[in-house]
Design a protein around this ligand. Sequence first.
Ligand code: F6P
Length: 325
Amino acid sequence: MRKIETIGILTSGGDAPGMNAAIRAITRAAIANGFRVKGIYRGYDGLIQNEIVEFSTENVSNIIQRGGTILKTARSKEFETVEGRQKAYENMTAAGIDALVVIGGNGSLSGARIFAQEFDVPCIGLPGTIDNDLNGTDLTIGYDTTLNTIMECVDKIRDTATSHERIFFVEVMGRDAGFLAQNSAIAAGAEAAIIPEDSTGADQLEHFVSRGIRKSKNSSIVIVSESPKCGAMYYADRLKKEHPEFDVRVSILGHLQRGGSPSAGDRILASRLGAGAINALMEGQRNVMIGIRNDEIVYVPFTSAVKSNKVVKHELVDVLSTLSI
Ligand code: F6P
C-alpha cells in the first residue's frame, strides 16, 4: 500500500454549519502528524476541474465559528460518470494527493465509496449534513445548529400564531428524513410533526385533527418535512378545504436553516470527527465514515453509512404526541 504523505479535503453536497470546524480539525490534525494538506474547492467538481490549493494551519485560522464552507461545495453530476471520476483521479494523483477526506451527506459519501473502489484510493468520510440521516452515527455535523435555528424560528412564529389564533404549517428541510421535523417539533413545543418515515400508513393530517387540538388550544403549529408532493402547502390546502373554519397559514423556512454560526455541539463534534479522520488514516483505515456513537468515535464502513434506513425512534413520536395534548 502506498505511503500517505498528502491528504486532500473536500466538502460536497448541501453545506452544513460546522463544516469549517471540520476542515480546520482535519488540516491541523494532519499537519500536527506530519502530513501535507491540500484543500479541494467546489467538491468533486473542483477535483475534476483541478481547483486544488496547498493548505497550511493559517488557511484554517478564524473559521471555526463560521457557517457554510470555506472550500465551497457542489452536487457534482460529472463525478457520477466514469469519465468524471477518471479525471478526478488523474488530477488527484498529479497533485500528489494520496488520500481523500470527504465531508458530506449520503450522496457525497456514496461517491467516495465508488471512487475508492474504482481507483483503490484511501477515502475517509465525515458525516456533514443537517439531515442527520447517515447510519452508524448518532449525530451529523450541522444537525444541532439547524435544530436550534428551526426552534428559534418556530418560537417567533408561535407569537403571531397565538395572537391571531391560527394553525401554522411550518416546512423544514430533510426531504427523506424526519429527524429535523420530529425533534424541532419537540424542542419548540409544536402540536404535531408530519415526517416521511411515518410507517403506520395513517393519514398524519387526519390524526392531528382528530386529536381535537383546536378544542383546547387557540393556535397550533405543525412541523412538516419538505416533500415535492406533500409539503406544508399540501397539508394547508387540504385542511382549508376540509375545515374552512380554521385560519391556516404556511411558513417555509427554506435555506436559512442551513446558515449561521455552528453551535458549540457542532463545533466539538466536527473537531472530534476531523481529528478522528486523521487517526483513522494513521491506523490504516480505508473507506469508512467517522461517526460518533454513545460519545465514542466509531468507524462505519461506507456501505453501512449510506444505507438509507436510519429511523426516527418511535419514542420521539410518542413524546411529542403525549406532550402536545
Ligand atoms: O441534504 C441537505 C439538504 O439541505 C436537504 O435537507 C434538502 O432537502 C436539500 O439539501 C436542499 O438542497 P438544495 O440546497 O440543493 O436545494
